[in-house]
Design a protein around this ligand. Structure first.
Ligand code: PSV
Ligand code: MN
Ligand code: MN
Length: 424
């Protein structure tokens, strides 16, 4: 399905007046509206290939309708999102869930829809058919060199796919760990993992980054071999300047101060990228901003402040990806909501009066520091997002247009009512 430009124009014409009224109001209230709008236009969030179908829990999966069955259809779905919001111009592939068999035609399709290839993800947390050795007891940390070698080779293969597509980063998330005390020698597991990472890192192209994603628990519940930002940072520091830590918001122990983690990783030049989602309990993978938007704003404030300090480009110097998926919403509507939430938090962070906050901190004026942050958080930045979309020829209200155009019905008509998206 393709959304013609005139449908977007018709939709925008109807909503333009109301938008202009709201934009005028907010622009009069804040100092830097124009600057924020420009930054919002540049900011793109990569969509994971695994989030376009309905997710599941370990208790079951309830398939949606009209879901994409092939990588091409997934790219087309992201093309729809991008046409609606002009903020989803990248895809993050999980291999082997989505093997790009014909890289030339896949690349051409993505280019036609304005989509680039973000980090590629390896998968050594499941056994694939025809695989020689099982990952039941881990992959890169395994006690048996043969298993580690198989996992290393998989990662190298993923890099080759990424190279062919024009990606320039690999994200490695390991489920390696232990579920019972005594199962592992922690130091040996760490050293095996480091040696395996080193082999992968040695073969990383010079302009590539390697993101090491950590996770506190699940599927292993006693220890994880890359269990927190400290361990990830240790690996990344030992590996070298192309290795970075990747922060997935759902991968912390409850109540962790993620914004502080972000701030320190940035200070060390070791923050590589993000997997955005939201959660109430654990790695819930809920829609971004649906549970704790204040935390998301605080994280974005640290990002903006820390990146500015290091003269980093907000749009290009970190990997911005969504990693959310669940059972109950239309995945495309859900992703529109997630992208919107990310950009709202980003705009709010850009609004913070940094000088005033610095002065309050210097004076130990705790009340004023809180006021400065919350003034920004409580400002409705949505008209700025809308203006950025309008200028980029996207829809004033992407979700409304998605429903008005009956996009899902059309996808069901084209693809059929029940389809199991590959990989999940
Ligand atoms: C693991 O929980 C994770 O966050 C990793 O990023 C995986 O690659 C992704 O989810 C998909 O399952
Ligand atoms: Mn993740
Ligand atoms: Mn996760």
């Amino acid at each position: 399905m393709f959304i013609p430009g005139f449908k977007i124009d018709d939709h925008n014409d109807k909503l333009l007046k109301a938008h202009q009224r709201k934009l005028k109001m907010v622009s009069e209230e804040i100092r830097n509206a124009e600057n924020i709008i420009e930054k919002l236009m540049q900011f793109q969030v990569a969509i994971p290939s695994w989030a376009l179908g309905t997710g599941g829990t370990r208790f079951g999966r309830f398939s949606g309708k009209g879901e994409p069955g092939t990588l091409e259809e997934k790219i087309e779905d992201i093309g729809l999102l991008h046409a609606l919001n002009r903020s989803s111009g990248a895809i993050s592939l999980h291999i082997p869930w989505d093997i790009p068999r014909n890289t030339q035609s896949i690349k051409a399709l993505a280019a036609q829809l304005g989509i680039r290839f973000d980090a590629v993800n390896s998968n050594t947390f499941q056994d694939q058919k025809d695989q020689s050795w099982s990952y039941k007891f881990g992959s890169l940390h395994h006690v048996d060199k043969k298993v580690r070698q198989q996992a290393i080779e998989h990662n190298l293969e993923v890099i080759e796919y990424g190279k062919a597509l024009g990606s320039n980063a690999i994200t490695v998330w390991l489920s390696d760990g232990s579920s019972f005390p005594g199962q592992l020698n922690f130091r040996k597991a760490f050293q095996n993992t480091l040696e395996s990472f080193e082999e992968i890192y040695r073969r990383l192209p010079s302009d590539w980054k390697m993101f090491i994603e950590y996770k506190a628990f699940e599927p292993n519940f006693y220890s994880m071999t890359v269990g927190d930002w400290g361990q990830s940072l240790l690996y990344a520091s030992k590996l070298g300047e192309k290795a970075y830590t990747l922060v997935d918001l759902g991968h912390h122990l409850p109540n962790a101060n993620i914004e502080q983690i972000v701030s320190l990783l940035l200070m060390e030049g070791k923050l590589g990228g993000f997997h955005f989602n939201d959660s109430k309990y654990g790695d819930d993978d809920l829609t971004v901003g649906s549970i704790n938007p204040y935390q998301l704003f605080l994280i974005f404030y640290e990002l903006v402040e820390g990146m500015d300090e290091r003269n980093m480009n907000h749009a290009t110097d970190l990997g911005w990806m969504i990693d959310a998926s669940h059972n109950v919403k239309d995945p495309l509507e859900d992703l529109l909501q997630s992208v919107e939430a990310i950009k709202i938090a980003y705009a709010q962070a850009l609004l913070v009066d940094k000088e005033k906050l610095k002065a309050a901190q210097q004076e130990n004026d705790v009340v004023m520091a809180q006021e400065v942050l919350q003034n920004a958080f409580r400002t409705d930045t949505r008209p700025l997002l809308t203006e950025a979309r309008l200028r980029a020829h996207a829809a004033i209200d992407p979700l409304l247009l998605f429903r008005e155009l009956k996009v899902r019905d059309e996808l069901i008509r084209q693809r059929g009512s029940v389809k199991i998206a590959t990989g999940l």
